[in-house]
Write a protein that binds this ligand. Structure first.
Ligand SMILES: [Zn+2]
Length: 289
């Protein structure tokens, strides 16, 4: 009875918002639906000048925005070895190659050291354009090394989160990164150095469940999606309609999950203030760049 048989189609993934500002002269803002001149957006840290909608930005722009002039990148050449030889619709190897092609970086985090408002800092910025900013072995190792370097050089640690969570193509190995990074952050804490987590759109899954929420300060950008499981999964599980603005920065701030929600254009100054405040009373920071 062949006509009884259902043809199986793979579950289609939801249509994604473009993760970055598209190329072209004019961009339509998803917040206020107005056309914005691309150059204006660039000079405004990719925040809509009319409604303050925060466009997603890549890791390199993020580091440029936070560091003072001149910073040093660390471990740019670490790459995944595809330990499970994983294949879903496409092979993991081809996904890695596509990610590299799309972003120009070799995995989903970029790490650098330098100064922020004159203070010595180490910053790790996740790259959402690389397999959804997912956390695999390379991301875990790069962030852990960054924290260890911060301890050795007595720098404050900042992680800018933008991630869909753990990288399923590396299975349990990617889950282990949650514990590994958390343990490194505990050592940073014992060394009496500050750690600030910046949660940007989106921060979900294993990243939220580990280092994104472990900051001495957890600061989010406006209207960022922050959660563990997605709203659809939660609705299906508890069989209830979720309230408006659920899992957005402002909702979480109101309920005590976050310390601050800060406009991107004020982020650097706020971080400078917070770090200066926390550095008072801590052992002196190193003088080197
Ligand atoms: Zn707008």
């Amino acid at each position: 009875m062949a006509w009884f048989k259902k043809t199986r189609k793979p579950i289609a993934a939801g249509v994604e918002k473009p993760s970055r500002v598209p190329e072209g002269l004019w961009v339509k803002c998803p917040g206020c639906a107005q056309a914005i001149y691309n150059k204006d957006l660039g000079t405004n840290l990719n925040v809509c000048p009319k409604c303050a909608h925060h466009f997603r930005i890549n890791a390199a722009d993020r580091l440029r925005m936070l560091f003072d002039e001149g910073w040093t990148e660390h471990d740019p050449d670490l790459v995944s070895t595809d330990p499970l030889q994983f294949t879903d619709l496409k092979s993991y190897k081809s996904r890695l190659a596509a990610g590299r092609e799309a972003t120009g970086v070799k995995d989903a985090v970029v790490v650098g050291s330098g100064r922020l408002e004159g203070l010595p800092v180490m910053i790790a910025a996740q790259e959402y354009g690389f397999i959804g900013g997912s956390m695999g072995v390379v991301v875990g190792e790069k962030i852990t090394r960054a924290i260890e370097r911060a301890i050795a050089e007595r720098r404050s640690m900042i992680i800018v989160c933008a991630s869909g969570g753990a990288r399923m193509m590396e299975g349990a190995l990617s889950l282990m990164q949650m514990a590994k990074i958390s343990a490194a952050l505990a050592r940073l804490d014992r060394a009496r150095l500050p750690y600030i987590s910046i949660l940007t759109d989106p921060t979900t899954g294993g990243v939220t469940a580990s280092f994104a929420m472990l900051g001495d300060l957890n600061i989010a950008e406006p209207k960022a999606l922050i959660g563990f499981a997605g709203p659809r999964v939660i609705e299906q599980t508890i069989r209830q309609k979720l309230p408006d603005g659920f899992q957005r920065s402002e909702f979480l701030l109101e309920r005590g999950m976050l310390d601050l929600v800060i406009d991107r254009r004020e982020m650097k100054a706020t971080l400078g203030h917070a770090l200066k405040f926390m550095a008072d009373g801590a052992p002196p920071l190193s003088p080197g760049p």
